[in-house]
Each structure stands twice: as structure tokens, then as C-alpha cells.
Design a protein around this ligand. Structure first.
Ligand code: DAH
Length: 346
């Protein structure tokens, strides 16, 4: 065994390589797990116990010599190649990791919703997030003592009890933009108004204090509830697929009469489905109804001549249905592992 070690040492010290292929031959012979040196380590079992220690030291020396030589050979090959121009890219390198961003799922949802309504002839409008009491509440027919005006729902910027100076709030819904539109335009009005809204609510899988809505408004002569229903059905089927089921559930909003809640069928298959739909299988995505004549009048529109429908939907809910997201806190946590998954969409 001593002779074998000596012979290999000799061979290694004289070894030269001309290219990568020869380097690989060297690697296989002296470095890889199945190398001749590896075999010698295997033979250690046959060495007499009292010689084993000394033999081990010699074998390790050989192994180190082989590795040092390997580094030298790599370095000498690199030196040879440096004769070539630098600007030739090394095509054998692995690709640089793809670090493209993704459009946020809520933005993708908004883009899609806008596209669908634009095709139905709706314009896009927006309004301020810091609103006065008149546009957020009074013009929308909220009675002065309505619970939504109380602290638990509304973030107040300025609380003014005097009649000459009104409260300033973070808008609690995009319905305030309806008022601004009707004040500034004459019917026919057909617009959607996407935007951010604020409510003083505890954060959970289903609720957040900052979220996003899209408001819709259509005011003209002879606008009916049937128009509303068909518009929402068409929208839901464009967004979620032609088999989508919707449900309009009678409800109450101060600014519409009659009013309804818009639900989308989500299912009750899994535990999470039942949790998110409170066991019903239906997921509420917004409210709607016929614009209350009082609202038309407070915006200067003749309620004898014109009627209208309105709706307001939450983007978070819509995105949850579309992408099967079970917890809306994911939207604001900025976890790239979540956000990256939306690269493939929109
Ligand atoms: N503003 C309501 C909310 O925030 C949603 C809503 C309901 C808007 C009915 C509407 C409507 O335009 O007609 O919950």
C-alpha cells in the first residue's frame, strides 16, 4: 500500500491538463468519491491495526496533495483562458435568477373590474379619501344619529359638533364619490369609482381597517332594478366564469330603496370554505339598490324625471373568490412568497 501511495504522489505531482475535459479526467481519478484515493481508504481495513494510524496520516497527505493539485490545475486553466477577450459571455453559467415583480392581486382585480364595466359603457371616476360629513353621510340619507357615524366605525380627522362646521372623516365607503359625481354632472351618468376606504374595525381574516371598494352608479330616465340585476350578473360571469351564480338578498342602506346584498356562490366543501362563508356557501361581495329619491334630490337631480341604480363592492372579497385566498390579511403583509404567486396572472 505504501508503494501505491508513493506512485500516486508521483503521478499527481507531474500531472498537467490542457482543457476542461482533461481536468475532469483528473477529478474523476483523484478527487471524486470513486477515485483511486477513495479506494485506498477502503483498503485501510486490511492494514494491521498497529500500522493503521501511520497509514492514515500518509493517505491523508496524499488526499491533500491531490486537492491542492486540483486547485492549481483549475487556476492554470483559468490563466490560459484569460488570453481570450473579456466580453465573451460564459454561456455555461446558470441564468441570473428572475427577479421580476408581480402586479398586486388587488390591482389586478381592479384592472379587470374596470375593464368589464368600461365595456358596458361605464366611465371611471374618483374622489377624495378625506371627506366631509355631507358627502360621506348626510347627502346619502344617513339620519343624524345613524350608528355608522359613531366612533366604532368611522375614523374622524376633525370632530366638529357645530352646525356651521362639519366633521371631517376618512371616507368609510366609496359611495361618497357618487354624491360628488351627481353634484357635478347631469344625467345620464354611468360610472364606476374604485378606491380605498377606512373603517375602525378589528383586523381579522374577513375584515380590515383599510380596504378597497368599487362603487357603481347609473342614473338616467327609466333605469330599473332589472337593469341592476342584469348588470351585476353579467359582471359576475365575466369575472368569475359563465357558470357563476349570484344572489340578491333584500337588505337596507339609507341611500338605496329597495336595497339588496350581492352574494356570490363560493361553496361549502372545505372547512375553510365554511369558515369564510359562515357556513352558508355564499360570500357577500357588496351592496346595491335603486338610488333613494332623497339622494338624487340632495344632489340636485329631479327624482321625478330620473331614476338610478347603485352598487358598492369590496375588492378584497372579489380577489379572495377569484384567487381562492382565505385570509385577507395576506393582501397587506407584503410577503413576497404570497405576492410572487400572482406573476402568472394579469
Ligand atoms: N356603501 C356600502 C358599504 O360600504 C355599499 C353599498 C351598498 C354601495 C349599496 C352602494 C349601494 O352604492 O347601492 O357597505
Amino acid at each position: 500500500m505504501n508503494e501505491k501511495i508513493e506512485a500516486l504522489k508521483q503521478e499527481i505531482s507531474q500531472y498537467t491538463v490542457a482543457d476542461q475535459d482533461e481536468l475532469e479526467v483528473y477529478r474523476l481519478r483523484f478527487i471524486s468519491r470513486k477515485s483511486v484515493i477513495g479506494d485506498l481508504f477502503g483498503e485501510m481495513k486490511t492494514v494491521a491495526p498497529e500500522e493503521r494510524k501511520a497509514m492514515g496520516v500518509r493517505l491523508n497527505d496524499l488526499k491533500n496533495a491531490a486537492q491542492n493539485k486540483f486547485k492549481e490545475l483549475i487556476a492554470s486553466l483559468e490563466e490560459q483562458q484569460n488570453g481570450q477577450p473579456d466580453d465573451v459571455p460564459d454561456l455555461t453559467l446558470p441564468p441570473v435568477p428572475d427577479s421580476l415583480g408581480a402586479i398586486h392581486p388587488l390591482t389586478q382585480t381592479q384592472n379587470r373590474v374596470v375593464e368589464i364595466f368600461e365595456r358596458m359603457g361605464f366611465n371611471v371616476a374618483d374622489g377624495p379619501e378625506i371627506e366631509d360629513d355631507f358627502h360621506n353621510f348626510t347627502a346619502l340619507n344617513f339620519p343624524p344619529n345613524h350608528p355608522a357615524r359613531e366612533m366604532q366605525d368611522t375614523f374622524f380627522i376633525e370632530k366638529n359638533s357645530g352646525e356651521d362646521k362639519q366633521d371631517i372623516v376618512l371616507r368609510t365607503h366609496t359611495s361618497s364619490v357618487q354624491v360628488r359625481l351627481m353634484e357635478s354632472q347631469k344625467p345620464p351618468i354611468r360610472a364606476i369609482m374604485p378606491g380605498r376606504v377606512y373603517r375602525n374595525e378589528a383586523i381579522s381574516a374577513r375584515a380590515h381597517c383599510v380596504f378597497h371598494q368599487v362603487e357603481g352608479l347609473y342614473v338616467d330616465r327609466n333605469v330599473s332594478f332589472a337593469d341592476l340585476k342584469q348588470t351585476l350578473l353579467h359582471f359576475a360571469r365575466e369575472l368569475f366564469g359563465s357558470e357563476t351564480k349570484i344572489r340578491l338578498r333584500p337588505s337596507y342602506f339609507p341611500f338605496t330603496e329597495p336595497s339588496a346584498e350581492l352574494d356570490i356562490w363560493w361553496g361549502t366543501e372545505t372547512e375553510a370554505d365554511r369558515r369564510v362563508t359562515k357556513g352558508t356557501g355564499w360570500l357577500e361581495i357588496g351592496g346595491c339598490g335603486m338610488v333613494d329619491p332623497n339622494v338624487l334630490e340632495s344632489c340636485g337631480i329631479d327624482s321625478e324625471e330620473f331614476t338610478g341604480f347603485a352598487f358598492g363592492m369590496g375588492f378584497e372579497r372579489i380577489a379572495m373568490i377569484k384567487y381562492q385566498i382565505k385570509d385577507l390579511r395576506l393582501f397587506t403583509e407584503n410577503d413576497v412568497r404570497f405576492l410572487k404567486q400572482f406573476r402568472a396572472f394579469g
